[in-house]
Design a protein around this ligand. Structure first.
Ligand SMILES: *Cc1c(COP(=O)(O)O)cnc(C)c1O
Length: 386
């Protein structure tokens, strides 16, 4: 059996998405800026996708900028906003559990003279609203907090954070790459000014994303060129990718209610099954305020990477946490931020489901996991961390 439980890293492209994209490679290959029929067709397809993305978050279609993915959206949002609004203030507030696309961008801005506050989180990964209120000052121009964490799945109180930012006249950006289509998001109700998404996290193609920018906000582009996407993102539109993202949004939004409930119940089976079936196992992140598709564990006295490889032998694809931190031996900054000592952070496993996941797959995983953990513990017979 082959089981793919690494959907927070990337997802399978929905076959209907692929079908929707193919004509834009084959026959309808025009440049969306061209005046002829080919160009008009491409332009219409891009605009239709823009409307779908906008509708899905309660935005206007002229507030959507297409980008190359979540990383670029985060960079335009944060760097672009910071540079365009520097005369208003130089203070940015973020959290210690952001994706690297946000964290490293903020660190770069510090090197450029901006002041950045990294809000701590509690043991569940929740940002304190009081700490945010205290950190806001007259120089604060931007608050950027991840909506749903990509490692431990914790959901932040987005609406409240946006409200606090707005009261002080700061803008609120959220990296919603994991959250989008996994929970209701509405830029007006949730007080969001700028929001990042990425198609490959919801069964669309890789290399295409979007940025919502509230009308009237000033953002400076990071690249100069032909002035596409309201001048914020020059370069010929990735028409097939954009069409694919539009289709992926359509499918996701149409079935979201049911899918979220199904993922939640599978997630809970995985969480309860592991906690009851494997001694020395613990859940990371908040038990309720978590992504519908995320289960993140730590197991005493084993190495998470070894566990990932052991599960891979059984045909199960999972992860230790973020795809980026697995290449380095440093413990994840998210697990450190929730207060785990490095040795405890090391034994972690992330199981991330999708709407394509089934109970046969979770049953198989729950059958395999106790043996995999037991085997690793018997190979390296630690009864405590050294
Ligand atoms: C995957 C991810 C990103 C990066 O998106 P790309 O499209 O891969 O650049 C950013 N933020 C979060 C929370 C993510 O999960």
């Amino acid at each position: 059996m082959k089981v793919y439980f690494d959907n927070s890293a990337t997802t399978r492209v929905d076959p209907q998405v692929l079908e929707a994209m193919l004509p834009f490679f084959r026959e309808r290959y025009g440049n969306a800026s061209s005046l002829h029929q080919f160009g008009k067709e491409a332009y219409a397809a891009v605009q239709a996708a823009r409307e779908r993305v906008a509708d899905a978050m309660g935005a206007h279609k002229d507030e959507i900028i297409f980008t190359s993915g979540g990383t670029e959206s985060d960079n335009i949002a944060i760097q672009g906003f910071a540079y365009a609004n520097r005369e208003k203030g130089n203070h940015i507030i973020t959290s210690t559990i952001e994706h690297h696309a946000v964290l490293h961008t903020c660190q770069f801005l510090e090197s450029q003279g901006f002041r950045v506050t990294y809000l701590p989180v509690n043991e569940d990964g929740l940002v304190s609203v009081t700490a945010l209120e205290e950190a806001m000052d007259r120089d604060t121009i931007l608050v950027t907090i991840i909506a749903a964490n990509n490692e431990i799945g914790t959901l932040q109180p987005v609406r409240k954070i946006g409200e606090i930012a707005r009261e002080s006249g700061a803008a609120f950006h959220t990296d919603a790459v994991q959250a989008f289509t996994k929970m209701p998001l509405n830029v007006d109700n949730d007080n969001i000014d700028v929001l990042s998404i990425s198609a490959h996290k919801f069964h669309g193609p890789k290399g295409v994303g979007a940025l919502y920018v509230r009308n009237g906000l000033r953002i400076r582009p990071l690249m100069y060129g032909g002035g596409h996407e309201k001048g914020l993102r020059s370069s010929t539109e990735n028409v097939s990718g954009i069409v694919g993202m539009g289709k992926a949004v359509d499918i996701a939004i149409e079935t979201m209610g049911n899918d979220v409930e199904t993922m939640k119940s599978l997630r809970d089976e995985v969480i309860d099954g592991v906690l009851n079936g494997v001694t020395g196992s613990h859940l990371n992140g908040h038990r309720e305020k978590r992504l519908c598709n995320n289960a993140h564990f730590r197991f005493d006295f084993i190495d998470g990477e070894s566990l990932v490889l052991e599960l891979d032998e059984a045909g199960i694809a999972a992860s230790t946490g973020s795809a980026c931190s697995t290449k380095s031996r440093d413990p994840s900054h998210v697990l450190t931020a929730i207060g785990l000592k490095p040795e405890f952070a090391r034994g972690s496993l992330r199981v991330s489901l999708s709407r394509m996941s089934t109970s046969e797959e979770t049953d198989y995983f729950l059958k395999e996991i106790p043996g995999a953990v037991g085997k690793l513990r018997s190979i390296s017979p630690l009864t405590s961390w050294e």
